[in-house]
Write a protein that binds this ligand. Structure first.
Ligand SMILES: Nc1ncnc2c1ncn2[C@@H]1O[C@H](COP(=O)(O)OP(=O)(O)O)[C@@H](O)[C@H]1O
Ligand SMILES: [Mg+2]
Length: 257
């Protein structure tokens, strides 16, 4: 199914921000997604339950929700790493998934070689490779790191190098799973700035950023909140922030009673 067919087919379940601006393009569309597994005991367990998500092109959206609610599973389904049991997915290509652990991101000895790594499968001249690597490192704010050995980088810098690798391949969608969990505040800000600058400098890259850090919402264009395998709220980051804060307050009230 192509993109326009998918949008037409989903007309009955359009999100609020779609009806406000019907001409807006969506880089990510997941409709009525289910993902089930069978446990070792033979029981069927649903991780995603009729979950729908729409992310506008060129924006940074954040995905939040309690531990175990299905955020990573949804991201893997959108990345094509897992096949949904039911529902349909459209994500602009090329797309790239960046994992939580910075040490799982980098594979080559130097920054230059690592950013260029994915370009090996294309028939590009040396000049073109050099140009793309330089431009991508500029976008993530690391132009002077070209010749640095990767083992000398901080966790956040390794993640920025992974993002640069995706940008060098002209990636259109970045799927980012809790990149800042293991980072200190400085490194955390560096990665968020790198993502924001990547979107601003390319104009057509979209990012979906999974996080449990509420303070990161201030950097988002929009946010999605999941519970129990489905999206229960989406829209303006300040509204989602308030919703989660109210939920946390009501939970604290309950346990203090
Ligand atoms: N391969 C798997 N086998 C069994 N359970 C899984 C598997 N992957 C995820 N789960 C379970 O599914 C739920 C959702 O997991 P996950 O998507 O990682 O949540 P989140 O990222 O929101 O913390 C959790 O209860 C997790 O334990
Ligand atoms: Mg997770």
């Amino acid at each position: 199914m192509n993109y326009s067919t998918l949008l037409r087919a989903s007309a009955a379940v359009l999100p609020p921000h779609f009806s406000q601006s019907p001409s807006e393009n969506y880089a990510i569309t997941g409709r009525n997604l289910s993902f089930c597994i069978t446990t070792k005991q033979g029981e069927r367990f649903s991780i995603l339950r009729n979950c729908s998500i729409w992310i506008p092109s060129g924006q940074l959206w954040m995905l939040l929700g309690p531990n175990g609610c299905g955020k990573s599973t949804l991201l893997k389904v959108l990345a094509g790493l897992l096949n949904p049991t039911d529902g349909s997915v459209y994500v602009k290509k090329p797309k790239s998934f960046v994992f939580q652990n910075p040490d799982h991101q980098v594979v080559m000895p130097t920054v230059e070689a690592d950013v260029a790594f994915g370009l090996g499968k294309y028939d590009l001249s040396r000049e073109e490779v050099k140009y793309r690597v330089t431009k991508a490192l500029d976008a993530v704010g690391m132009p002077e790191y070209l010749h640095r050995p990767v083992q000398t980088l901080s966790g956040g810098q390794k993640q920025r190098v992974a993002i640069a690798g995706a940008l060098a391949e002209a990636c259109k969608v970045l799927l980012l799973d809790e990149l800042t969990t293991f980072l200190d505040e400085n490194d955390q800000l560096g990665v968020i700035r790198a993502v924001k600058n990547s979107l601003a400098s390319t104009g057509d890259v979209t990012a979906l950023w999974v996080t449990h850090r509420l303070e990161e919402l201030e950097h988002a264009d929009g946010a999605v909140y999941m519970e129990d395998g489905k999206v229960v709220m989406e829209g303006d980051p300040s509204t989602i922030f308030k919703f989660i804060k109210d939920q946390q307050a009501s939970y604290m009230d309950q346990i203090n009673c």
